[in-house]
Design a protein around this ligand. Structure first.
Ligand code: NAD
Ligand code: UFG
Length: 338
């Protein structure tokens, strides 16, 4: 029996494929390569010494999904596929609702036709209502997200809960990621954003490697210890292991359950820059500029539930994150392109 990873050629999917292969699972990947390259998967095969099955295709293509489920004995699906650029989602909301919400609907319909009812979904801490009280536990209020990307994640959570309530054969994990960063410690796979990075750590890494001049620090007047935004940065390998733990739990039981995947502590933008300079031995020049629209001051996870119910917690610290991110960036300055 195999695990299907939609969007498995991307950043989090490729690291999760590696963890699942190493744990002995067979892995099938469906990805339309709109934000990834096939090279990530060749490297996963090289690191693990195991083959995986790759199908280039779209989750909105019901016929392609039916063919995939007919050909492979799929036991469970980990659903990463989606668009994720917050700013772009504001300019192209229909593309985001179509890809993310309609895509998930199409996937669930195909799973139902194939009799596969075990699903892990990539949700996000962005579904939580802005709060001055940290940490955020899974029962903290979810609210109206500040962009269509966030709304699409919340809509999918509702869709999946309704689906499970209507048909108790379903077993669903809603995994709310905090800020995934870092890379596998081989330096062979990592985050490879298209064009200008939206996220902090890839931007810092591209400055350190000489691809960009300076980091813009968005806002230095927040009510945080140094005035810059605070986030819960989780090593992508810890996150990948969290998926394995969730799969192991939901394969035993039905229901729809939510788990935060974070570390339980936050770091500021300035702390991130300093830690990267320390790991890389390179200067990371920065300018303090105005706040970015839609950003919250601070966000970190209460990880108690994942610890108790999944037997999982993040093991890697900030220095591991930075060392691994730098190993990947310095060995692959232009990502999978060289
Ligand atoms: P990514 O862009 O690297 O991976 C997503 C993958 O999905 C890509 O390989 C892309 O080619 C593929 N894809 C997109 N639309 C598709 C479609 N219609 N059919 C088939 N494949 C499609 O992103 P990531 O960082 O690995 O994120 C994975 C998931 O986790 C996404 O759903 C994202 O929204 C969610 N998430 C990411 C973060 C983060 O900061 N990286 C935080 C919270 C949640
Ligand atoms: N930041 C900068 N300069 C940059 C980029 C980011 O100062 O060039 C700051 C932001 O203002 C924020 C922090 O760095 O304070 C982290 O920003 P990111 O863009 O890296 O991450 P976000 O917390 O904004 O968003 C991420 C993902 C979303 C996800 C969210 C969940 O991009 O997909 O985490 O918390 F929904």
């Amino acid at each position: 029996m195999s695990i299907l990873l939609t969007g498995g050629a991307g950043f989090i999917g490729s690291h999760t494929a590696l963890v699942l292969l190493e744990a002995g699972y067979d892995v099938v990947i469906l990805d339309n390569l709109c934000n990834a390259s096939r090279e990530s998967l060749s490297r996963v095969e090289e690191i693990t010494g195991r083959d995986l099955s790759f199908i280039e295709g779209d989750i909105r293509d019901g016929d392609a999904l039916d063919a995939l489920f007919a050909r492979h004995a799929i036991e469970a699906v980990v659903h990463f596929a989606g668009l994720k650029a917050v700013g772009e989602s504001t300019a192209r909301p229909l593309a985001y609702y179509d890809n993310n919400v309609t895509g998930t609907l199409s996937l669930c319909e195909a799973m139902q036709r194939a009799g596969v009812f075990t699903l892990v979904f990539s949700s996000s801490a962005t579904v939580y209502t802005e709060s001055s009280t940290m940490p955020l536990a899974e029962d903290a209020p979810t609210g109206r997200p500040s962009n269509p990307y966030g709304s699409s994640k919340l809509m999918i959570e509702w869709l999946l809960r309704d689906l499970q309530a209507a048909d108790p054969r379903w077993s669903i994990a809603l995994l709310r990621y905090f800020n995934p960063v870092g890379a596998h410690d081989s330096g062979r796979i990592g985050e490879d954003p298209n064009g200008m990075p939206n996220n902090l750590l890839p931007f810092i890494a591209q400055v350190a490697v000489g691809r960009r001049e300076r980091v813009s620090v968005f806002g230095s007047d927040y009510s945080t210890p140094d005035g810059t935004g605070v986030r819960d940065y989780i090593h992508v390998m810890d996150l990948a292991e969290g998926h394995r733990a969730a799969l192991d739990v939901i394969r035993q039981d039905t229901g729809c359950r939510t788990w935060n995947l974070g570390t339980g502590r936050g770091y500021s933008v300035l702390e991130m820059i300093t830690a990267f300079e320390r790991a890389s031995g390179r200067p990371v020049p920065f300018d303090k500029v105005g706040r970015r629209q839609g950003d919250v001051a601070q966000c970190w996870a209460d990880v108690t539930r994942a610890g108790q119910e999944l037997g999982w917690r993040a093991e890697r610290g900030l220095d591991d994150i930075m060392a691994d991110a730098w190993r990947w960036q310095s060995a692959n300055p232009y990502g999978y392109r060289g």
